[in-house]
Design a binder for this molecule. Structure first.
Ligand code: GCU
Length: 601
């Protein structure tokens, strides 16, 4: 092997890093990607492990897909001869040698380009890549993306060949101090191209984005905004809901934006009991989009939550994005139906999608099933609150999430943090994030999963106070609460009292405890299903006494993988607080929650 002269390699690596920072980020997202003309690039991709993160222009130029042309050529990798891996999917559960791998893996997909008619434009769209991506097409860098849970796309019009296109993606799941999430999480650090990859075709002028919502102060009016890409000034845009015999036309302004305010006296509002959706169509020039949209209004009134003018109690459950039966990251519509089906079976009308944006199928299936959703960014535990780049990542990823899910009736809460300490840097950071979120979407409620603290009453910690100042900017005060697991035993619940220093609705965003499914014994024996059931019974009685509580979210619906959970023969790298095991078996506490929620209907 020819050793790189140290000075050259050092310069090369520095250049790499600089160009990474300077390189263009992804382009404006195409809304409702599932409805577009497309070819799926899912399937088997080849891959090389870049153990030392040498990068795209480093020691081994993976991004260039170099091949040995003559016998004397020196090439020290070969995608053609490399192992393959499924996309979508994490690498940890596909390849035993990659179970714990944290670093960069280079993926390659070769594909032909469909013959296109003149003017048609082509985009590569990634539903997500965990945690960051550098994307190359036929050796040319298209750009990069930071964040493992939100979509991004690049225009590739004119860059594709009829056959043999080489799409190479450098994927890194390395944890980094200035990223979100930070360095420690209670979930598995999956890496890979974990969601769909699509080659999308749109007309020269196309419908880039649109928002279809109830008007801010009138349930019999809908407000529609359509954004065209490459529009001519005054271009006509039409909006239709056939079921309401509603058809309107508007002209795009000089920015390609058309606005409608439409009277809809017969509109039926969406709610969990009757998740009514309408087939909406938007057309302009050569482009036409259709999708199912529900209309509803979520508000607070003092300490109450109000959906379509009626008070609502959130019968919730928390979920990680894992299909525990197949193993690894969930990504498909079938996965969404499995997970949300379990929530429905437990009589839930609400699901907290923890602790990061889940795949788009979740909100679409929740719209159909009538399940309200809490969505969040992984501003979780230790974040580099002082770092402007970190704040930039948070704003970028919230912009991507809200752009993707803003037309989903099911989504009612954007959450900006989980269990983060009250300090000036964190409060400034979260105020910035909150105003960014509200500037994009002020139709949904803002929350954060806060910590409480126990005020001493004598020698015991029985009086809980929630007075985190960040709650002043939130619509819902949420708190994670582990009485009977991290604080005392379940019989201590009856002594607890709560003081919520805000006249706002309260949601218990987490509570619960662990059990190994099938492990039975006395209720005082930790990890038995009896202990978990006892804990739930006592917590539910305790919460009944806290009048501001307007929703409960047991942590968690399904056992999930976590490196923090090492107790042999009980955890074995699984967090056992699920009400359902990783094989889909329901624990005794599942049925307690099912009964309790039945009584709350
Ligand atoms: C925390 C945290 C969760 C974690 C849970 C637990 O509150 O928000 O991500 O998994 O508690 O300890 O199981």
């Amino acid at each position: 092997m020819i050793p790189f002269p140290r000075s050259v390699s050092f310069v090369v690596l520095i250049c790499c890093h600089i160009c990474l920072l300077a390189t263009e980020a992804a382009e404006p997202l195409i809304t409702n990607i599932q409805a577009r003309e497309q070819i799926s690039l899912n399937g088997k991709w080849r891959y090389h492990v870049d153990q030392y993160q040498t990068g795209s222009g480093g020691f081994v130029p993976y991004s260039q897909d170099i091949k040995q042309e003559s016998p004397s050529d020196r090439v020290e990798y070969s995608f053609d001869d490399a192992d393959s891996i499924w996309v979508p999917g994490d690498w940890n559960t596909q390849k035993p040698k990659l179970y714990y791998f944290e670093g960069t893996i280079w993926y390659r997909k070769t594909f032909p380009s469909p013959a296109t008619s003149p003017g048609v434009r082509q985009f590569l769209y990634f539903d997500a890549v965990a945690q960051r991506a550098e994307v190359f097409l036929n050796g040319e860098k298209l750009g990069e993306h930071e964040g493992g849970f939100t979509p991004f796309n690049f225009e590739v019009s004119g860059k594709l060949k009829p056959t043999g296109n080489s799409l190479i993606v450098g994927v890194s799941n390395r944890r980094e101090e200035d990223k979100i999430p930070g360095m420690v999480t209670d979930w598995w650090n999956y890496g890979g191209i974990t969601r769909d990859v699509r080659l999308v075709e749109v007309p020269a002028t196309f419908i880039q984005d649109y928002s279809v919502q109830l008007a801010p102060d009138n349930d019999q009016q809908i407000e529609v905004t359509v954004e065209l890409d490459n529009a001519t000034n005054g271009q006509s845009v039409s909006f239709e809901i056939a079921e309401l015999a509603l058809s309107e036309t508007a002209e795009a302004d000089q920015d390609g934006i058309a606005r409608f305010l439409i009277s809809t006296p017969e509109l039926q509002l969406w709610n969990p009991e009757n998740p009514k959706r309408y087939s909406v169509s938007i057309e302009s020039g050569q482009d036409k989009i259709e999708e199912q949209i529900g209309f509803r209004r979520i508000q607070t009134s003092g300490t109450k939550l109000v959906l379509n003018g009626e008070e609502i109690f959130l019968r919730g459950a928390c979920l990680h994005e894992e299909n525990p039966i197949r193993g690894g990251r969930a990504y498909s519509e079938e996965d969404a139906r499995l997970l949300l089906g379990w929530a429905k079976e437990m009589n839930c009308n609400f699901v907290r999608l923890a602790h990061y944006p889940h795949n788009e199928h979740m909100a679409r299936v929740a719209d159909e099933m009538g399940i309200l959703l809490w969505e969040e960014l992984p501003l979780y535990w230790g974040i580099d609150w002082k770092n402007e780049n970190t704040l930039g990542f948070a704003k970028q990823q919230f912009s991507e999430l809200i752009r993707r899910d803003k037309n989903r009736a099911s989504v009612i809460v954007w959450s900006i943090a989980n269990e983060t300490g009250d300090n000036p840097d964190r409060n400034h950071f979260l105020r910035e994030v909150a105003s960014h979120v509200r500037s994009i979407d002020n139709t949904r409620l803002l929350s954060a999963a806060l910590k409480k603290f126990a005020d001493h009453i004598g020698e015991r910690h029985d009086h809980y106070i929630v007075n985190d100042p960040i709650a002043e900017i939130l619509d819902i005060v949420s708190l994670n609460d582990y009485v009977g697991w991290y604080q005392g035993l379940p019989d201590s619940c009856e002594r607890k009292s709560y003081e919520i220093a805000f006249e706002k609705p309260v949601v218990i965003s987490e509570f619960g405890g662990g059990a190994l499914q099938g492990f039975h014994g006395e209720k005082e024996t930790r990890w038995t299903e009896e202990y978990q059931l006892w804990l739930y019974e006592e917590n539910l009685k305790m919460f009944e006494k806290v009048e501001k509580i307007r929703g409960l979210c047991p942590w968690i619906l399904v056992d999930f993988r976590s490196p923090l959970r090492q107790l042999p023969h009980i955890q074995d790298e699984w967090n056992r607080k699920g009400l359902i095991s990783e094989s889909g078996e329901k624990k005794a506490a599942f049925f307690e929650m099912q009964r309790y929620y039945e009584s709350k209907k």
